[in-house]
Design a protein around this ligand. Sequence first.
Ligand code: HEC
Length: 123
Amino acid sequence: MKYILATTLLTIALAPCSAAFAGDAGHGQKVFQEECSDCHSVMTGKNKKGPSLFNVVGRKSATIADFNYSDAMKAKNIEWSIETIAEYIKAPKKSVPGGKMKYDGLDDAKAREDVVAFLATLK
Ligand code: HEC
């Protein structure tokens, strides 16, 4: 009985934390491999068709020095966050018109949340 009560209290205490970290980084890594890894590396300094996404959360847009960004991306001038990346990958061509990320977008909101949670671990 005591054990059940303790477990219940613990669950209640932890619930708000799991709500704040809704994205599942483990699943996000799989999404990344399927959707993004053709064009993006997660290693620092390694660009493919797209710039390295190491440490991208908290980085200003278009700031990898040896990557040739589109003028549209250079003009965007924002800080990449959980929210701004999720918004971008939902519809890259709408979010950055004239940008050169040739990707139609990730329709599934949960997959977007998870992949961004994965990107946030790359530090
Ligand atoms: C077909 C290749 C391709 C795919 C697939 C792709 N990207 Fe990109 N990505 C690019 C290119 C190219 C750029 C540079 C865009 C520009 O300069 O307009 C870019 C830019 C970005 C940026 C901005 C980086 C910076 O330094 O400002 C982010 C964030 C990003 N991609 C995330 C993703 C995520 C997450 C996925 C998977 C859901 C993905 N991309 C899939 C090619 C791709």
